[in-house]
Design a protein. Structure first.
Lengths: 207, 974
C-alpha cells in the first residue's frame, strides 16, 4: 500500500494532465487552475522540512563537536537572526532584514558569481589545449567565434564575422537542436515511465 | 581554515558588529520637527466626477534620507486612517519642489488581507489620531460606509447563491437586502463623496523606518465638475448620400459621462454660442448665478454612453428631405446650406454638466473618397480555446516589409524582413512572390517564398537609395492577382539602412485607414469598442470572459451577523429594444411585492391624473403612468420572468436566471468601422449568418434570445485542441513503440544499447571512493521536483546509493529544493534497506543547504573541501553555478561524473568532469543501470522515435527543396 497509493495518485493525475494539454475546455482549464492553487498552498509546508533538516544536520555537528563544528554555529546563528529580523521588523525597505539582504546576502552571492569569470578562463584553457585533431578544431572554432564578436575580427578580415555567424548558426545550432530533440524524447520517455509505474526509484528504493 | 573557540567568537562578534553599523542617521536626528512636511494642500481635481482630490506637499531634502511618505485620511481630524504611501528612492530623493498624490477614483476599502481589529499606527503616542488601514471588524468599518461611495464587486455566483436574506426596518417600512460576507466580495472599493469634507495628513518615514511627526491635518472638498473637453471633432458631409459624419478623439476621464450629443450651429450664431458657454461656466463655478441665455445650437443627435466601456466615437446623421428627425429624442431640425453650419459635440455627465467641443466646419465630400468596406467579413467562434474568444476577420492576407539589413560592406546585398497578416479563412499561404525593382524601375529579381520564414535575401546590382518591392500572395486558391502590394525600402541616413516606407494595395495606401471593431450584447444599450486594428490587419480576437461580476453600491451592514448589505434586485438582461432592464430579485416574494407596489403606484397616479386640471401636470402624470404600466407589462408578460416564476425550487429558479444572465452577457453582435480618424469612415451593418450553430442551452433559457447564433455570437469551449493533432499522433506512436519494445524485451530478445562511458564508469567511481575511504557527493540538480531532469537525477541517486550502501561508503546529498529533500531522503533510505544495510544509513546524509543559488554552491564547495569527497556526481538541472562546483571538485582531485539536459552547461561539464552524460543520456542512465526489460524497452523505443524524427527532418528538407511544403505545413509552428 505504501507504494501503491502514491503510484495510483501519480498515474491518475499524470494522465489527467496529459489529457489537459490536449483539451482546452473550460472544465479542463478550471481543474488545472484549481490544482495549481493546491500546489501553491502545499509548497510553504515543505519549507519547514528544509529548516528542520538544516537544524538537524548542523545541530548534530555541534553536539558531537565534529571538526569545524563552529561553522554550523554561524550557519544556525545566521538563520535564526535573519528569520527573527524578518518576523520582528518586517521585510520592507529600511528594515534590518532588508539591510542584511542587501549588504550581506547580495554581495556574497555576487562574489560567488564573480568567481565564475576565473573558472571560465581556467575551463577554457583546459578545453582549448590542442592535444588532438578534435581539440584543434574546437580551438580554431573558438578563436573565430571570439574574434567574430569583437571589432578586431572584422578588421582582420570581413570573413571572420561571417564565419563566426555561420559556426554559431549552422553546426552549433544543429548540435544544440539534436541535443534538444534527444532531451525532449528523454523527458517524454521518463515521464511515460513514471506514469506507467515502470520507473519507481524516485518513490524510494528501486523496484 | 581550522576554527577555534576564539575565532568563532570573533566571527560572531564581527557579524553582530557589522549589523550595528546599519545606517541609522535619522536616529541621530535631534530635531524631529524638521522632518514635518510643509505646504500640505488638498485641492479638487478638475474635469472629474467629484470623487477626486490631489494632495501636494514640499518633499524633504535628500539629506534627510526619506524612504516613503505615508498618507492618512478621515472625515474628522481626530481619526485618520492609513490611506496610501509614496515610495522615495533614498539615494536620489525627490527631484521636484512639490510631491503629488492623487486620491481619485475607487480605491481599496477593506478586504480579507485587512487587519482583523483596528490598530493604532506604529510609533504613535496615545493621543495621536493616526490609525492603520480599515479593519475587517464591521463595528469599525460599517459606520465608515456612510462617509464614502462604496462599490462592492461581487462574483456573480457568490451574489446569486451565497447571500443571506436580511430585513431592515426603515422609514418607509421593512426593506429586504442581500447580506454577504466580506469573503464573497471580489473587492470593496471606496470613493470620495462630492461636496464632503475630508481630512488628510502626511508624514515621512526615514531609512531606518522611523515614523516622523505628522503634519497638521488639512481639509479637502472634492467638487463635481463638468466633463473634460474633447480634443478634436471632425465633421464631414457626404453630399451624394446626404449624410453627416462625425468623429472625435475620446477624452481620458470618462467615469461619469452619460451622453454624447451633437449640435448644428449656424455660423452667424457663433458669438451667441460662445456667450452661452461662458454663462454655463459661470454657473458651474457659482451655484448662485442664474443663467439667462439659451443654447443657439440645435441638437441633432444624442446617445447614452455607458461607463466603463470604451464607446463608439463615430456618428452618422442622415438628412432626409432637408430635415433631421428623431422622434425618440424629439429632434426635428431643418437643415439649410451645409456651408453655413458648424458642428459642436458635447459630453454630459450625471450631475447634468455639459462640456462643448470647439466648433468644427464640415468637410463637404463625395462617397467615392470614403474607405472601401466591401471586404467580405465574418464572425466566428475561435477554435481550440476554452470558449473565451470570438474571432472577427475580414479581407485577404496582407504582406509587408518590416526591416532590412545590409549583408556586405558594398551594400549590394540586403536581408529583408517581411511579415504577413492573415486570418483563419485565408490561413494556408502557398507562395508569396516578390518582384524587386531598382530606382530606375528595372526588375532586379523575382523571389518565390514558398516557405515563409519572414526573411529574404536580395542582391542589388549597385548600392541604392531606394528599392521597390511588388508583392503577391497565393493563398487558399486565390492567385492574388487582384491584390498587388507595393512598398519601397528607402535609405535612412540617420540609421544608415534601408527602411520600409508606406504600404500600398493596388495603388491605395493601406494604413491610411484603421479598423475599429465594435460589439454589443443583450445586457448593454451601447456599442463598445472591442479592438482597433491597423489597415493591414485582417482579424482580431475578441475576449469574452467567463468571469462575471455584479456591481452593487454598499451603504448598510449587519455587524452582528458580519454582513454587508446590498440590494437584492438584479437585471437578467435588457428587453428586446435594449432600453429597459428586465429586473428581478434574489427572493421571489420581493418580485411579487415590487409588482404590487407598481400597481399601487399606478392606481395613485391615475387617481391624481383624474383629479387635476393642469395640462402640464396631466402630461407629466401620463408619462409616469406609461412608465409604470410598461414595467408592470414587462413583469407580467416577459417570458424570462414568467418562466422564473414557475419554479418552485428557489435554487432552480436562480440557476435558470443565472443561465439567462450568462447568455445575455456572453453573446455579442459585431460591426466594423473603417476610418481615417477624421470623419471619413464607412460603417458596416451588424454581421449576420444563416448557418446557425447549435448551442447547448435549454429551450427555456434561450427562448428570449431569438437572434442568438444569427447575429449574436456565443463562444463555445472546445474539447480537443485540433492544432495538437500531430502531437497526439506522435504520442500514440511513441506509446505503441514503448509497449512493443517492452514486450520484445520481456520475450527475451536481446536489445542492443550503445555503451555510454559515463554510466559504465559509475561503478568504478563508487569503487574508488570505497578504496580511498572517502565519501561520495551526489548533487541532484538545483531544479524543483517538477523538472523531469530532477526525477532522472533522483532515479540515478537510487542506484548510486544502493551501490554505495553495498560497498559501505558514505554518500552525501546536498539539496537545494525543500520539496526534493524528503524525496531524496526516502530514496537513499530505501536504497540502504534494499542493499541490506539499514544500519549504515545516516539520516543526515541527505541535507538541505539553502534555496539561494550561489549560497548553495558555496555550501557544496565547502562539503567537497572539508569532507574530501573522492567521487562527485552532478545529475539534474544546473545553471551558472555548474562550473564553480565542478572546478572546485577538479581541484580537490575527485573523480567527477555529470549529467544534465541544460545545453548551456554541457560544455562546462565536458571540460571539467571526467565523464559527462549529454542530454538524453541522463534520462537513459537509470534504465542502463537497471538493465530490466521494462526500462530497456522504453530506452529502445526512444531510439526508434528518434529515428522517425530524423526521417521526417530529412524528408521535409528534401521536399522543401523541391518547393513541396505540405509536410512542413502539416506540423504546427510551435
Amino acid at each position: 500500500m505504501k507504494r501503491q497509493i502514491p503510484l495510483i495518485i501519480i498515474m491518475t493525475l499524470g494522465f489527467m494532465f496529459v489529457a489537459h494539454s490536449f483539451i482546452p475546455h473550460k472544465i479542463s482549464a478550471d481543474f488545472f487552475d484549481w490544482f495549481q492553487d493546491w500546489v501553491k498552498a502545499i509548497s510553504p509546508f515543505a519549507v519547514s522540512l528544509g529548516v528542520i533538516s538544516l537544524f538537524m544536520v548542523n545541530g548534530t555537528k555541534i553536539s558531537r563537536k565534529v571538526p569545524n563544528w563552529q561553522y554550523s554555529v554561524i550557519t544556525l546563528a545566521g538563520l535564526v537572526f535573519t528569520a527573527l529580523a524578518g518576523f520582528i521588523w518586517g521585510t520592507q525597505s529600511g528594515t534590518p532584514y532588508m539591510w542584511l539582504f542587501e549588504n550581506v546576502q547580495m554581495p556574497m552571492s555576487a562574489t560567488m558569481f564573480a568567481l565564475l569569470a576565473f573558472y571560465i578562463a581556467s575551463a577554457a584553457y583546459k578545453a582549448f589545449r590542442a592535444r588532438s585533431a578534435q581539440a584543434t578544431v574546437l580551438l580554431l572554432a573558438a578563436i573565430i567565434v571570439m574574434l567574430g564578436q569583437v571589432p578586431l575580427g572584422a578588421m582582420i578580415s570581413k570573413w571572420i564575422p561571417e564565419t563566426s555567424k555561420w559556426i554559431l548558426n549552422v553546426p552549433n545550432l544543429a548540435a544544440k537542436r539534436a541535443i534538444m530533440i534527444g532531451v525532449g524524447l528523454g523527458m517524454t520517455a521518463t515521464s511515460l515511465k513514471i506514469l506507467l509505474g515502470i520507473e519507481r526509484t524516485y518513490l524510494g528504493g528501486g523496484d | 581554515m581550522k576554527l577555534t573557540y576564539a575565532k568563532t567568537g570573533l566571527l560572531l562578534f564581527l557579524m553582530v558588529f557589522s549589523f550595528l553599523l546599519m545606517p541609522i542617521p535619522s536616529h541621530a536626528a535631534s530635531d524631529s520637527s524638521s522632518y514635518i512636511v510643509e505646504n500640505l494642500k488638498a485641492e479638487d481635481i478638475p474635469d472629474d466626477d467629484g470623487g477626486g482630490l490631489v494632495l501636494s506637499w514640499k518633499p524633504l531634502p535628500k539629506e534627510k534620507r526619506i524612504i516613503e511618505y505615508r498618507i492618512y485620511r478621515g472625515v474628522n481630524k481626530d481619526t485618520l486612517f492609513y490611506h496610501g504611501k509614496v515610495d522615495v528612492n533614498v539615494k536620489t530623493g525627490v527631484s521636484g519642489d512639490v510631491m503629488y498624490y492623487y486620491d481619485s477614483g475607487y480605491n481599496n476599502f477593506v478586504d480579507l488581507q485587512s487587519p482583523r481589529k483596528l490598530k493604532k499606527e506604529q510609533q504613535q503616542s496615545e493621543d495621536s489620531p493616526l490609525y492603520g488601514s480599515y479593519p475587517r471588524d464591521l463595528k469599525v468599518t460599517g459606520p465608515q460606509l456612510a462617509n464614502y461611495q462604496i462599490l462592492g464587486v461581487i462574483p456573480e455566483k457568490d451574489f446569486l447563491f451565497k447571500n443571506t436574506k436580511i430585513e431592515v426596518e426603515e422609514e418607509d417600512g421593512s426593506v429586504v437586502y442581500a447580506g454577504l460576507k466580506l469573503r464573497h466580495f471580489s473587492g470593496l472599493y471606496k470613493k470620495l463623496i462630492p461636496g464632503k469634507e475630508y481630512f488628510y495628513t502626511v508624514f515621512a518615514v526615514t531609512e531606518s523606518r522611523s515614523y516622523m511627526p505628522y503634519a497638521e491635518p488639512i481639509i479637502g472638498v472634492p467638487i463635481d465638475n463638468s466633463p473634460e473637453k474633447i480634443q478634436n471633432l471632425y465633421s464631414a458631409y457626404v453630399e451624394d448620400q446626404s449624410i453627416m459624419k462625425f468623429e472625435w478623439v475620446r477624452s481620458l476621464f470618462t467615469s461619469d459621462q452619460t451622453n454624447h450629443s451633437l449640435y448644428l450651429l449656424k455660423k452667424s450664431d457663433l458669438t451667441a454660442f460662445n456667450n452661452y458657454i461662458d454663462e454655463q461656466k459661470k454657473a458651474e463655478i457659482d451655484p448662485e448665478f442664474t443663467t439667462t441665455l439659451e443654447n443657439p445650437a440645435q441638437l441633432i443627435f444624442q446617445r447614452y454612453c455607458g461607463y466603463p466601456y470604451t464607446p463608439n466615437n463615430t456618428v452618422e446623421v442622415e438628412i432626409v428631405n432637408g430635415k433631421i428627425i428623431n422622434d425618440e429624442k424629439h429632434i426635428n431640425v431643418e437643415v439649410g446650406a451645409i456651408e453655413s453650419y458648424l458642428a459642436v459635440f458635447s459630453l454630459q455627465d450625471r450631475a447634468g454638466y455639459e462640456t462643448f467641443s470647439e466648433v468644427s466646419s464640415f468637410d463637404i465630400c463625395n462617397s467615392a473618397i470614403l474607405p472601401d468596406l466591401s471586404d467580405v467579413w465574418n464572425v466566428a467562434d475561435r477554435l481550440n480555446d476554452k470558449g473565451d474568444y470570438n474571432v472577427v476577420q475580414w479581407g485577404k492576407p496582407t504582406v509587408f516589409l518590416t526591416n532590412s539589413t545590409f549583408l556586405n560592406e558594398d551594400k549590394t546585398r540586403i536581408l529583408v524582413n517581411y511579415d504577413v497578416y492573415k486570418n483563419t479563412k485565408y490561413d494556408k499561404i502557398k507562395n508569396i512572390f516578390f518582384n524587386v525593382f531598382d530606382m530606375a524601375g528595372n526588375k532586379i529579381s523575382t523571389i518565390n517564398e514558398f516557405y515563409q520564414d519572414s526573411k529574404l535575401k536580395v542582391n542589388l546590382n549597385e548600392p541604392s537609395q531606394s528599392v521597390k518591392f511588388e508583392m503577391r500572395i497565393v493563398a487558399n486558391g486565390s492567385t492574388g492577382e487582384d491584390q498587388i502590394f507595393t512598398q519601397s525600402l528607402v535609405f535612412n541616413d540617420e540609421i544608415k539602412s534601408l527602411q520600409p516606407g508606406k504600404l500600398f494595395l493596388n495603388g491605395k495606401e493601406v494604413n491610411k485607414y484603421s479598423y475599429s471593431v465594435y460589439k454589443n450584447n443583450y445586457s448593454n444599450e451601447e456599442w463598445r469598442l472591442s479592438k482597433k486594428a491597423l489597415g493591414s490587419q485582417r482579424e482580431i480576437f475578441d475576449n469574452v470572459t467567463y468571469r462575471s461580476y455584479i456591481y452593487k453600491g454598499v451603504s448598510k451592514f449587519d455587524a452582528k451577523k458580519g454582513l454587508f448589505l446590498v440590494s437584492s434586485s438584479f437585471s437578467a438582461r435588457l428587453d428586446d429594444e435594449l432600453k429597459n432592464p428586465i429586473m428581478t430579485d434574489l427572493y421571489p416574494q420581493e418580485v411579487t411585492k415590487t409588482l404590487d407596489q407598481y400597481k399601487e403606484e399606478l392606481a395613485n397616479l391615475i387617481t391624481m391624473r383624474d383629479t387635476t386640471d393642469s395640462e402640464a401636470e396631466i402630461a407629466g402624470l401620463n408619462a409616469n403612468i406609461d412608465a409604470y404600466q410598461s414595467q408592470i407589462d414587462l413583469n407580467e408578460n416577459n417570458s424570462i420572468l414568467k418562466k422564473a416564476a414557475e419554479f418552485k425550487n428557489k435554487r432552480a429558479r436562480i440557476k435558470f436566471l443565472e443561465k439567462v444572465k450568462t447568455i445575455a452577457s456572453r453573446s455579442f453582435k459585431y460591426k466594423i468601422v473603417k476610418s481615417d480618424g477624421k470623419a471619413h469612415f464607412s460603417s458596416s451593418d451588424v454581421y449576420r449568418t444563416e448557418k446557425v450553430k447549435k448551442l447547448p442551452f435549454s429551450k427555456a433559457a434561450r427562448k428570449s434570445f431569438t437572434t442568438l447564433g444569427i447575429d449574436h455570437f456565443y463562444p463555445m469551449p472546445n474539447w480537443f485542441q485540433a492544432d495538437k493533432f500531430p502531437a497526439l499522433i506522435a504520442t500514440f506512436i511513441f506509446g505503441f513503440m514503448v509497449f512493443f519494445m517492452i514486450k520484445q524485451a520481456k520475450k527475451g530478445k536481446e536489445l542492443y544499447i550503445r555503451p555510454i562511458a559515463g554510466i559504465d564508469e559509475i561503478d568504478n567511481a563508487i569503487g574508488r571512493a570505497t578504496e580511498m575511504g572517502r565519501p561520495i557527493l551526489f548533487v541532484p540538480g538545483l531544479s524543483g521536483i517538477s523538472d523531469v531532469a530532477t526525477l532522472a537525477g533522483l532515479s540515478i541517486l537510487g542506484r548510486v546509493a544502493k551501490k554505495a550502501a553495498e560497498y559501505d561508503t558514505r554518500i552525501l546529498v546536498p539539496v537545494r529544493d525543500y520539496i526534493v529533500l524528503p524525496i531524496a531522503q526516502e530514496v537513499v533510505k530505501e536504497a540502504h534497506y534494499e542493499a541490506g544495510r539499514p544500519d549504515s544509513h545516516d539520516k543526515n546524509s541527505v541535507f538541505f543547504i539553502t534555496t539561494s543559488q550561489f549560497a548553495f554552491v558555496a555550501g557544496v564547495n565547502g562539503v567537497m573541501i572539508r569532507e574530501k569527497t573522492a567521487t562527485n556526481f552532478y545529475m539534474g538541472m544546473f545553471w551558472a553555478e555548474a562550473l564553480i562546483m565542478t572546478e572546485t571538485g577538479n581541484t580537490t582531485g575527485a573523480i567527477q561524473i555529470s549529467g544534465t539536459d541544460a545545453v548551456t552547461q554541457i560544455p562546462f561539464f565536458i571540460t571539467t568532469c571526467d565523464y559527462t552524460l549529454i542530454g538524453e543520456e541522463l534520462y537513459a542512465a537509470s534504465a542502463y543501470l537497471a538493465r530490466e526489460p521494462l526500462q530497456l524497452g522504453t530506452l529502445k523505443a526512444v531510439d526508434y522515435t528518434k529515428f522517425l524524427i530524423i526521417s521526417f527532418v530529412i524528408i521535409g528538407t528534401l521536399l522543401s527543396t523541391v518547393h513541396a511544403t505540405f509536410l512542413i505545413n502539416a506540423f504546427p509552428e510551435k
